[in-house]
Design a protein around this ligand. Structure first.
Ligand SMILES: NC(=O)c1ccc[n+]([C@@H]2O[C@H](COP(=O)([O-])OP(=O)(O)OC[C@H]3O[C@@H](n4cnc5c(N)ncnc54)[C@H](OP(=O)(O)O)[C@@H]3O)[C@@H](O)[C@H]2O)c1
Length: 233
């Protein structure tokens, strides 16, 4: 099954990284994409098939407002906020922000958008390999990512026949690591040396998985591990 060109897809966190690449890929297939972003004015140049609206997962009113502009056939949330560091140093507000982005926000997306979604609709929520390969300093990320996997199972049952899929990327060259400078090369080299795929992931690897999640009508209540086997390394 392919996504019909009159489908409307909401991408939360589509202003950067994987989400932006996904928006451009879907639009190039004539799918109408709405990016939900905290700062729509910073979205830059986008093709005509892509529009941008204000949506902050920490602001339920903004989610309800976008829902009222629907319906959307598919809703994808890639939002992430980091609360990294030793557990003894963590700041409560940062922990809450991280869970707002990955867990509470997606629950509110389901609350407001599911009632309007047509048959064949799906939610795709982003988890991450840290849940299956925990490391010191990543406890909040690991726990939030793990919660996404269970959220996909719970909502798949509750919202059926709408489908709900989680995607768990490994280390992806999405732009999110660019701030590391030279250390990015070291991170990518050590990742590629350890994982079974022997490379880091590309945004295209993840876009292909999102398309599968949107288009395969027998796929629901599960997590797609697009991590090069990194959770096993
Ligand atoms: N790249 C990797 O190596 C990797 C590895 C494992 C998992 N993942 C997961 O894959 C997803 C996409 O990754 P990425 O590399 O593309 O990340 P990214 O570039 O950091 O994108 C995250 C997006 O989330 C948005 N966001 C954060 N909080 C939000 C909120 N409250 N409301 C709405 N949007 C919010 C950000 O918007 P602003 O511009 O407003 O900040 C940003 O556009 C994330 O969930 C990430 O955890 C990525």
């Amino acid at each position: 099954m392919t996504t019909p060109s009159n489908a409307r897809v909401l991408i939360v966190g589509g202003g950067s990284g994987i989400g932006r690449a996904l928006a451009l890929a879907l639009a190039s297939n004539s799918i109408h994409v709405v990016i939900g972003a905290r700062r729509p004015e910073q979205a830059g140049d986008l093709p005509a098939k892509v529009s941008v609206v204000h949506l902050d997962l920490q602001n339920e009113d903004s989610i309800a407002a976008v829902a009222s502009s629907g319906p959307f056939n598919h809703v994808i949330s890639l939002a992430a906020a980091h609360a990294n560091g030793a557990v003894t140093d963590l700041d409560r507000a940062a922990i809450v922000t991280a869970f707002d982005a990955k867990v509470i926000g997606p629950i509110l997306l389901a609350k407001h958008l599911a009632p309007h979604m047509p048959a064949g609709g799906s939610f795709v929520f982003f988890s991450g390999v840290a849940a299956w390969a925990p490391a010191p300093g990543l406890s909040v990320m690991a726990t939030a990512n793990g919660a996404v996997a269970f959220l996909a199972e719970a909502l798949a049952v509750e919202l059926a026949p709408l489908r709900v899929v989680a995607i768990s990327p490994g280390i992806i060259d999405s732009g999110t690591w660019d701030h590391l400078g030279e250390a990015k090369r070291d991170l990518f080299a050590s990742t590629a040396a350890k994982n079974p795929a022997r490379r880091v992931g590309s945004v295209q690897d993840i876009v292909a998985a999102v398309r599968l999640a949107m288009e395969n009508g027998f796929l629901t209540g599960t997590t797609l591990h697009i991590d090069g086997g990194g959770r096993l390394a």
